[in-house]
Design a protein around this ligand. Sequence first.
Ligand SMILES: C[S@@+](CC[C@H](N)C(=O)[O-])C[C@H]1O[C@@H](n2cnc3c(N)ncnc32)[C@H](O)[C@@H]1O
Ligand SMILES: [Zn+2]
Length: 176
Amino acid sequence: MSNVVTAESEIHGIGVFANRDFAEGETILITDDSRIVDDEHPLRFDLGEYDYHCDYLANGKVVLMPSPARHINSDCDPNTFVKTIGGVRHVIARRAIKSGEEITYDYVINCHGGIVWQCSCGSPCCRKTIVSSFFELPERTQKVYLPLLDEWFIEEHREKVEMLRRRADMKSSQSL
Ligand SMILES: C[S@@+](CC[C@H](N)C(=O)[O-])C[C@H]1O[C@@H](n2cnc3c(N)ncnc32)[C@H](O)[C@@H]1O
Ligand SMILES: [Zn+2]
């Protein structure tokens, strides 16, 4: 039995749904990042390859996500996050997930793009107008997401991440 299924989503188009219960910290799926998109290997619109199914990774690498990962919608209170482990990206449960729940992550984690779009995740804490850059998030959200950042993103933005960590540490020691 596969861990997830795809179906119509209330957030947007096709979404990915849990096909069983997951415990916090469990890997739900891994993504195959082997389909690189660059000048030599452009998207094939004739084959149904669309830019909104691309992901933007370390050193400007762009990949076309495979299905089902390509159908994961964004959420301002996501139930998963993505971490690279041994060179492979894992979609990991951020909390316990029940069978049938839509699998989501927040596109803005590990993102430094700047594109502005309207979110319709439906979460009570939806940020609505989304600027696709981690560092444009409200600082309290950046602090919540700090442990979820992928190592490549931390490497590429080490100075800013370290500053944020220092501010988060200062705040927690003040509240002791
Ligand atoms: C990787 S695809 C996600 C899967 C998509 N629902 C599908 O039908 O294949 C990314 C696109 O889904 C849409 N999307 C994802 N999350 C969204 C959200 N929270 N609010 C509005 N649109 C969203 C956006 O159009 C985005 O460009
Ligand atoms: Zn939202």
